[in-house]
Ligand binder design. Sequence first.
Ligand code: GDP
Length: 524
Amino acid sequence: MAEDIEQAVSRRRTFAIIAHPDAGKTTLTEKLLLFGGAIQLAGEVKAKKDRIQTRSDWMKIERERGISVVTSVMTFEYEDNVFNLLDTPGHEDFADDTYRTLSAVDSAVMVIDAAKGIEPRTLKLFEVCRLRDIPIITFVNKMDRESRDPFEILDEIEQKLALDTAPITWPIGRGKTFSGTYHLALNAVRRGDDEKERTPVNGPDSNRVAGLLPENEREAFIEELELAREACRPLDVEAFREGHLTPVYFGSALRNYGVRDLIEALGAFGPPPRAQEADTRTIEATEEKMTSFVFKIQANMDPNHRDRIAFVRVCSGKLERGMKAKLVRTGKPMSLSAPQFFFARTRVTADEAFAGDVVGIPNHGTLRIGDTLTEGEEILFRGVPNFAPEILRRVRLGDAMKAKKLKEALHQMAEEGVVQLFSPEDGSPAIVGVVGALQLDVLKERLNFEYTLPVEFEMSRFSVCRWISADDKAETLRFIEAHRGDIARDLDNDPVFLAQHAFSLNYEAERWKAIRFATIKDYQ
Ligand code: GDP
C-alpha cells in the first residue's frame, strides 16, 4: 500500500556526518550501515574507498590521494525510521561540495576524536551548520584509546563552539577498560552494540556496572557519574532543534560501542524533514505537491555515456517515477522517468520518494545545481550556496582550434559545480575559480579524459573575487561602469568584482560604501 505523506515524512531522518579527517567518519558510517542492516559486513565502505576502479582518471586522483571526492547517499532503515546519510568529501579542497551537501540535510552528527577534541575542520564545518541552524548530535569517538577526560571534552565543545552540551550517555571505563555506555537519564547500561537493548540498573554502584570495571576504577566512576548528573544539562529537545544545544554520546565506532545509541537518538529526537524556504513562501514537508531542489551534480562514472546524475532533495509531496515535473528556472517540463535511490552498494529505481529523500535524476545537462523542480508552482528554493573562490586561474589550451569546445566543457564543469566560471566584461578569456587546488587537478583530468582537451593553468592577475550588489541597482551599475576591466559575470550572469589582492578590495570597499562585496552567494 502506498505510504501516506505525513507518515512517510515523520519517519525520515536526513543527516550528514561532519568530522576532521581521521576522527572516524568512515568507520562510523560503516557501522551505522551495518546496524541499520544496509550492509552485511562491516568493511564495505572502506573497501569501496580502497577498491581499485578505473572509472575515469579523476577517480584516480581520488584513489592516489586517498580522498573521497564524490558525495554519495546511503539509505538504511532502523526500527521505524528511514535514514538518509549524505556522505561528504573528506578533503578540505572540496569544501564547497560539502557545504552544498549540508544544505540538503536536517541534522548532522559531529564526530570528535576523544584524544584530539575539536580540530580545525570540525570547527569550520560546525560553523557552516550553525549558519544554517542545523541541529548537531555529538559522537565522541575512540573512547577505547587513551582519551581526554569527558568533562574536559564537554567543556571544550562549550568553549570553542559556544554550544551547550547535554551528555546522554557516559563512558564506562576508558581506553583499555572502556566497556560500555551508561544512559544518564534512564539508568541503563549497554555493553556494546551487539546488545540491542539496554539493561536497566539501579545506579552507577550496581553490580552490573561494577562487573564492567576493574576494581580500582569503580569508586571513581560512581563519583564521576554523580558529578555528571549534577553539573551537566539535561536534554532540551527544543534547544537542540534550534541549534543551541548538542546531545553528546561517547563510543568507539571501531569496537562497536555507542553506535546504536546514536541511531536511536536520531530516531527519537532527530528532526524530521524541515519546512523549506522558497522565494515566495515556506513549503511544508507534508504538503501534497512535490517540490525539490538539486544540490549536487555528479558526472556519470561511465565516460561513454556523457550523462549526469543530479542529486535532488525532495522537500514536499511525493516524487514518483514517470511524473512530469517543471524545471522552474527554464519553465520547461521534465519527465522524471528513471529516478534512482542509492544504497551502500547499489542503486535502484525509485518508485516514490518523500520529503527528506535524495534521489538521483539522470539527465544530459538539463539540471544545474540550485535548480528547483515542482509540479507547476513558480517557486525557487534558496540556500544552495556558492563560495567565493580562493584560487583564480586562466585556462591555457595548446590547440586554439578547440577554443569553442573548451568553452562548452568549462560551462558544463561549472554547472556541475566542479569549478566556478567567470567571464570578464572586457571580453578576455574566462577565469576559473576554485576553493581548493585539488579541484584544479580534477578539472584538468576531466577535461583531458572526457573531452580530450589537454590544458594548463596560468596565473591570473586577480586573486580575490566578490559578488557585488547594492540596494540601489543604479549604484551597482555605476560601480561596474567605473571598474570595467575588473568585472566579470558568473554562470548566472551575476557580476563579480575581481581584485588583485585583498588590499585593493578593501580600498574599493572604503570608497564604495553602498556596495556589498559578498563571499557567499546563494544559488537562485
Ligand atoms: P575518517 O578519516 O574520519 O573517515 O576516519 P576513519 O574512519 O578512516 O578512521 C581513521 C582511523 O582511526 C582508522 O585507522 C580507524 O581504524 C581508526 N578508528 C576509527 N574509529 C576508531 C575507534 O573508535 N577506536 C580506535 N581505536 N580507532 C578508530
